[in-house]
Design a protein around this ligand. Structure first.
Ligand SMILES: Nc1ncnc2c1ncn2[C@@H]1O[C@H](COP(=O)(O)OP(=O)(O)OP(=O)(O)O)[C@@H](O)[C@H]1O
Ligand SMILES: [Mg+2]
Length: 343
C-alpha cells in the first residue's frame, strides 16, 4: 500500500463520522437537551416554539410561518382555524414530517423533528402519523375495493391480520355494506371515510386532517366529526383538524386560531361533551359562544394579541401606546389616562 493511501485510510478512521458532527452542532444550536426546553413536558405530543417556514424560490421568499407557538397534549382533539393563506397546510406538512421547518423547535412524539435523520422521519411518517386530506385522491386507489385500499398500508408495513383490522375500521366508519365496492363507486363522503380508515390503518398516535370536510355537505361533515370523536375516544389518537370553517368549534374541545403564520386566540370548551350532549337533548341550537370561551394567549415572551373588535370598542387605535393598571388581581388595559382630556 502506498503511503498516501495509508494516510487516507488512517484519516477516515480518526475523523468522526459526518452524522456525529451534525448531531453535536444541532445540540449546540439549542444549547440544551430537548427535555430542558422551557415549557416542554412529556405529555406534549406536539410542541412548537418559534417555528419558522420560509419557501424560497429564485426571486421570491414567502414566510409562511413566522415564529409559531403551539402546544398539543396527548389524546387531544383540537382544531386550528385560519383564513386561506394563513399557513395551515404548511403547519400540517411540518407536523407530519412531509416538509422541514426553516428554524425553531418542533417536537413530535418526544423527538425533535429538526434533529431527526431522513430514515427517522420516514419511520415517523409511516408509524406515527395518519393523514386525511380534503382531496382524498392522494391516499386512495380508485379501481380497488374499499377493503383493499385500507388493507394496503398494513400489508406494506408487514402487519399481520390486515384483513381483519381493515374490516373493523370500515365498520367503525359505517361502511360495512360498502367495503367490497370499488372506490369509484362510492360517494365523496364515503370515500372520505375510507381515507380516514386508511389514515388509521397503522395505529398512528397523531391523526392530521387538512380541511377534512371541505368537499362535503353539512350532514356528511357531522358524520365525519362523529367518526373523529369515536376514534379519539376508542384509540386515544390525538386528532388535529385544520380548517377555515369556524363551525368546527362545536366538534372539538379546543380551537387555536392562526393568523399570518402565527397562533392567536384560543377557544376552550366550557363543558365536557357529556354535559353538552345532555344539554343538547334538552334544548337545541346552542350558540358557539355558549359552548366555548375565548382565551387570548400570552406567549412565551409575555406578548398578547388583543382582538381587533376589543380594541375598537375600547377606542384604542392600532400602533398606539396603552396603559396598564393592576386592579386587585386583574390587569386593566386602557388607551388614555382617566384624567386625560380628549384631544
Ligand atoms: N410550496 C410552496 N412554495 C411557495 N410558497 C408556498 C408553498 N406552499 C405554501 N406557500 C405559501 O405560504 C403561505 C401559506 O400557505 P398555506 O398553504 O399553508 O395556507 P393555508 O392556510 O393552508 O391556505 P388554504 O386555506 O387556502 O389551504 C401562502 O402565502 C402560500 O402561497
Ligand atoms: Mg391549506
Amino acid at each position: 500500500m502506498k503511503i498516501a493511501d495509508l494516510k487516507r485510510k488512517l484519516l477516515t478512521i480518526i475523523r468522526p463520522k459526518k452524522s456525529i458532527t451534525r448531531d453535536i452542532t444541532a445540540k449546540n444550536f439549542y444549547g440544551k437537551d430537548d427535555s430542558e426546553i422551557p415549557g416542554y413536558t412529556p405529555d406534549h405530543i406536539i410542541f412548537c416554539d418559534g417555528l419558522v417556514k420560509i419557501y424560497k424560490s429564485k426571486d421570491t421568499e414567502v414566510v409562511a410561518l413566522q415564529g409559531l407557538e403551539l402546544e398539543i397534549k396527548k389524546g387531544e382533539m383540537m382544531a386550528i382555524i385560519g383564513n386561506s393563506g394563513s399557513g395551515k397546510s404548511t403547519l400540517m406538512n411540518l407536523l407530519g414530517g412531509l416538509d422541514r421547518p426553516s428554524a425553531g423547535i418542533l417536537i413530535v412524539d418526544g423527538k425533535n423533528l429538526l434533529r431527526m435523520r431522513k430514515n427517522e422521519i420516514l419511520e415517523y411518517k409511516k408509524k406515527k402519523v395518519g393523514f386525511v386530506w380534503q382531496n382524498n385522491a392522494r391516499n386512495l386507489i380508485p379501481y380497488l375495493p374499499a377493503l383493499h385500499n385500507v388493507e394496503l398500508p398494513m400489508l406494506l408495513a408487514g402487519k399481520k391480520n390486515a384483513r381483519k383490522k381493515a374490516t373493523e375500521l370500515l365498520e367503525i366508519m359505517g361502511l360495512k355494506d360498502r367495503m367490497h365496492n370499488r372506490l369509484s363507486q362510492l360517494s365523496g363522503g364515503e370515500q372520505q371515510r375510507v381515507a380516514i380508515a386508511i389514515a388509521m390503518a397503522n395505529d398512528p398516535v397523531i391523526l392530521l386532517a387538512d380541511e377534512p370536510t371541505g368537499a362535503v355537505d353539512t350532514a356528511t361533515a357531522e358524520i365525519i366529526y362523529n367518526i373523529f370523536r369515536k376514534l379519539n375516544k376508542e384509540f386515544a389518537v390525538t386528532i388535529i383538524i385544520v380548517t377555515h370553517d369556524r363551525a368546527v368549534a362545536k366538534n372539538v374541545d379546543r380551537v387555536v386560531t392562526i393568523v399570518d403564520g402565527r397562533t392567536g386566540s384560543e377557544y376552550i370548551r366550557k363543558k365536557s361533551y357529556k354535559e353538552q350532549i345532555q344539554e343538547l337533548d334538552r334544548m337545541s341550537g346552542v350558540e358557539e359562544s355558549e359552548t366555548h370561551e375565548e382565551m387570548i394567549v400570552v406567549d412565551r415572551q409575555g406578548r398578547l394579541k388583543i382582538p381587533e373588535e376589543y380594541l375598537e370598542l375600547a377606542n384604542i387605535p392600532n400602533n398606539s401606546k396603552v396603559r396598564l393598571k393592576m386592579q386587585d388581581d386583574k390587569i386593566l388595559i386602557y388607551g388614555k389616562d382617566e384624567n386625560e382630556e380628549d384631544v
